[in-house]
Design a protein around this ligand. Structure first.
Ligand code: ATP
Length: 892
């Protein structure tokens, strides 16, 4: 018999599990051994060896290897071996960089892997779906992706979209009854849910029947492998730029070789020098270093609790000019506590903090017992009946499983001595219409112990008052006249002005046998019972984060489903709503066309009582006004807006899988302040990339120019080929990596957002590269000329001096690259990676010059101490003197 044919009992026996408590940890262990992990096998990965050899496939490297081989044949063994060693070391470096980039991208993928709700040892837990095993009990609700193949054992209005498997995009209604049909296809299995499919409505519980490659999805997994790796705009631009730079470097190299030969240099020496120069000057490693810098930055973001799902977002983050953020849970703590209740003109206060279920009710100054106050008791009872939240305790800490709003209603009822178990004896829930943020309500149909049936609805008070035709007033049901409506409105506004989130509770008796099918029929002609007002304290760090964003030219907009007055009160406390700002609500948005919204949108800082559907309109209006928009969301309906935003941000804790999949950034802690940290990091990563592009290219320009000018002036080669390669490996590589790890400049969050259209070389970078490169080339040449003139018979001495000058000039210049302003604006010890990189390059330079056994390999000789003065003096010149004054342009 198949699982879909069995009744629940048989399924439970067959899978050796327990629907009440789930599997135990020992059982999970055993099953894990038998079935393995719940994951689809990945496509074939590129092998490490292949990756290693790929480092040498570059055309110029091949030419260099060929040239070296020829020099080996001609008896230049030392040169040949040295050059090959450097090429191999360079290749290894490239290999490790790429491996690191790949590994961190893989780690990222795992971080954003989906989680599932599972019942183990009698407790509901959230675990990575990889750890699910056969027999596990899973709970899922609207917005979740199913983590494995399951037989459904409970379903409440459950609908699942299975297009990933069946191609059919209309959701299928699911049941928990056995099915008996011959030749069923996947689409007909209405009591099964399959891995990777999407819950679009309702909720359910299922027991896992298959995991990993045994699932229906696993059987078609091969088709799903998409090895698409996304490139960031900068990487793409650099790739194009790389091609141009290669051509420039090659042309200049050819020029150097041609002039050299014309000036009477030996063709072979010039060729080897030319090829070495080409290998050194072509920035072929740039894309790899950019990837490493991006992925290291992404890891830093993870430490700050932001997971980047799509690499391009790292760059876009630095351009963000508006953050549209949800209020509840993102700006506030989402720890709700009912503090005030209202019914039929009476108000009560409740004491107690957080979810601790101890507290007292007061009417004015007097303690009251809720069971003595009929309407209060009913308000609390119905608030608990129409509710799924569970109160849990871990040591002294109480917390909620489920929706915090419902948690608050649960705790207020517990404070009155009510319990869910107690109510279950009196009431049976027949049907449920779950909460959704468009309706802003939730309803149930219940039957009491006398067989009387009625509807209980709870939801946003302004919505519920419109649906009510009667009100409970002084224990009697009265027609809901406009006078009563005014009273209720005053009560709602009174609570909201104190920043309380308000929930109204209403009911409607049903006649015998009356059966209502949809929420439209159910949620009308209600009798309003009263209101519960709950505090949701702002997160303490948000106020500062909002301020920092404002200083960074980023506007914060609060978008909430909550009441306008509540939203205003909280937005003012957080510094989001300022005097001249406008507040719009869902109704305003409905009436406005996109163009009308565009006209005002830049003045609006709070959107209240909006539905997720409105978010898309807000994003579009802001984008049409030229803004780069970050938009947060958690629900299924938020996905279109998250996708449309430049940076879609999903909540890691409360977010649905759909929202996460649509997003490019996931907040592990659902915290607004984390968005700010991610933006700061995004800005820093981009600046760091600019820093090392500036350093590498200026160094390359310097290397080419010193050779070119020497040839033009009919001088001998100022640097031996091996020296050029050495500079490329040691002096360029290490410090450039360290620049990628630099900390942000102090003013990184005091500048305006970057214009997304701005090129890599904007803000004076091209000028800096050319001017500094030129100066490095010239000073190296001067050092060479001076020493060569003094002793024309000792070429190697002059070359060693030129080599040392070039190395030092670059090592000093690297500190200048740390700032957009000047070298003096930053503490040189602020980046210790750089200090160590520079120090090791420096020491290696001495080793190459002074270790006798290395001298013949690197064509170096001892440098007289007095010449070090010349070397230091000249190498400092480009950065300190000239670059500090003459050549520095003001950049904003
Ligand atoms: P944000 O968009 O900032 O997260 P929100 O959480 O208040 O705001 P929704 O969850 O859409 O937005 O809630 C909108 C309104 O619906 C709330 O103000 C509240 O009155 C009502 N509401 C919220 N949760 C429930 C629930 N579980 N049952 C019934 N009504 C609810």
């Amino acid at each position: 018999m198949k699982f879909h044919e069995m009744n629940k009992r048989d399924v439970e026996d067959h899978l050796k599990t327990n629907f009440q408590t789930g599997l135990s940890s020992q059982e999970v262990e055993k099953k894990r051994k038998k079935f393995g992990f719940n994951q689809l096998e990945e496509g074939k990965k590129q092998s490490a060896i292949l990756l290693f050899f790929q480092q040498f496939k570059d055309f110029m490297v091949l030419v260099l290897l060929a040239a070296t081989f020829i020099s080996g044949l001609m008896g230049e063994y030392i040169d040949a071996i040295a050059i090959i060693s450097i090429v191999v070391i360079n290749g290894c470096l490239g290999f490790f960089q790429e491996r690191k980039a790949e590994k961190s991208l893989q780690a990222l993928k795992e971080m954003s892997a989906p989680q599932v709700n599972v019942l183990r040892d009698g407790q509901w837990l959230k675990i990575p779906s990889k750890e699910v095993t056969v027999g596990d009990i899973l709970k899922f609700e609207s917005g979740d992706r199913i983590g494995a193949d399951v037989r459904i054992i409970e379903s409440v209005n459950l609908e699942i979209e299975e297009s990933a498997l069946t191609g059919e995009s209309v959701p299928v209604t699911k049941t928990d009854h056995p099915i008996h049909v011959d030749h069923v296809s996947l689409g007909d299995l209405e009591n099964m849910a399959f891995m990777g499919t999407l819950v679009t409505r309702g909720n359910g519980v299922g027991v896992v029947t298959a995991i990993g490659m045994s699932t229906a999805m696993g059987q078609i997994a091969d088709m799903l492998q998409n090895a698409e790796t996304m490139m960031t705009p900068l990487q793409r631009r650099l790739e194009q730029l790389g091609k141009i730079l290669i051509i420039c470097a090659l042309l200049l190299t050819v020029l150097v070789v041609a002039i050299g030969v014309m000036q009477g240099h030996d063709l072979y020496t010039m060729l080897l020098a030319g090829v070495s120069l080409a290998v050194a000057a072509i920035p072929e490693g740039l894309p790899a270093i950019v990837t490493v810098a991006l992925s290291l930055g992404v890891q830093r973001m993870i430490r700050k609790r932001a997971i980047v799902r799509k690499l391009p977002a790292v760059e876009t983050l630095g351009c963000a000019s508006v953050i549209c953020s949800d209020k509840t849970g993102t700006m506030t703590q989402n720890k709700m506590t009912v503090t005030s209740l209202w019914s039929g003109g009476d108000t009560w206060k409740v004491t107690g903090t957080g979810y601790n279920p101890n507290g007292q009710f007061y009417a004015g100054e007097n303690v009251v017992h809720p069971s003595d106050e009929k309407s209060l008791y009913q308000l609390l009872t119905f608030g608990l009946l129409c509710n799924h939240a569970e109160l849990k305790r871990k040591e002294d800490e109480f917390y909620i499983n489920g929706d915090p709003t419902e948690g608050a209603l649960l705790v207020s009822a517990l404070k009155a001595g009510l319990t869910r178990e107690g109510l279950r004896k009196q009431f049976t829930i027949e049907k449920e219409f779950p909460f959704d943020s468009t309706r802003k309500m939730m309803s149930i149909i219940v039957k009491d112990s006398h067989g009387k049936r009625f509807v209980i609805t709870k939801g946003a008070p302004d919505v519920l008052t419109e649906k009510s035709t009667a009100i409970l007033w002084q224990k009697r049901s009265e027609v809901f006249t406009s006078e009563y409506k005014q009273e209720v409105q005053a009560a709602i506004e009174g609570m909201a002005a104190n920043a309380l989130r308000t929930i109204a509770v209403a009911f409607k008796p049903l006649s015998q046998g009356e059966s209502l099918q949809d929420d439209l029929e159910i949620e009308k002609d209600l009798t309003l019972i009263g209101l519960q007002g709950m505090i949701d304290p702002p997160r303490p760090e948000v106020k500062t984060a909002v301020k920092e964003c404002r200083e960074a030219g980023i506007k914060t907009i609060m978008i909430t489903g909550d009441h306008v007055i509540t939203a205003k009160a909280i937005a003012s406390t957080l510094g989001i709503l300022r005097k001249k700002d406008q507040v719009l609500d869902g109704k305003d948005l409905n009436q406005m066309s996109l163009e009308e919204l565009e006209e005002v949108v830049e003045n609006v800082s709070v959107f209240a009582r909006v539905s997720p559907e409105h978010k898309l309109k807000i994003v579009k209006a802001l984008q049409n006004k030229g803004h780069v928009v970050a938009m947060t969301g958690d629900g299924v309906n938020d996905a279109p807006a998250i996708k449309a935003a430049d940076i879609g941000v999903a909540m890691g804790v409360t977010g649905t899988d759909v929202a996460k999949e649509a997003s490019s950034l996931v907040l592990m802690d659902d915290n607004f302040a984390t968005i700010k940290s991610a933006i700061k990091e995004g800005r820093n990563i981009y600046e760091n990339i600019r820093k090392f592009i500036r350093y590498l290219l200026a160094s390359n320009v310097g290397e080419i120019l010193v050779m070119l000018f020497a040839m033009l002036l009919a001088l001998p080669l100022p640097l031996a080929p091996i020296q050029i390669l050495w500079v490329n490996l040691v002096t360029d590589g290490l410090p450039a990596m360290a620049l990628g790890l630099d900390r942000p400049e102090e003013n990184v969050m005091k500048r305006k957002p970057r214009n997304p259209k701005e090129g890599v070389f904007a803000r004076g970078l091209a000028w800096k590269v050319i001017s500094r490169g030129f100066l490095i080339g010239i000073t190296t040449l001067i050092a060479f000329m001076i020493t060569y003139k003094q002793n024309p018979d000792h070429l190697e001495y002059a070359q060693t001096v030129a080599f040392a000058t070039l190395v030092l000039a670059q090592l000093i210049h690297v500190f200048d690259c740390r700032s957009e302003k000047s070298i003096f604006s930053r503490n040189p010890f602020g980046n210790m990676y750089l200090v160590w990189a520079v120090l090791s390059s420096f020491i290696l330079m001495f080793v190459v010059i002074y270790v006798p056994s290395l001298q013949p390999i690197f064509h170096t000789v001892y440098i007289e101490p007095r010449d070090w003065l010349l070397i230091f003096g000249l190498s400092a010149l480009p950065t300190f003197l000239l670059a500090g004054s003459l050549f520095s342009r003001k950049t904003k």
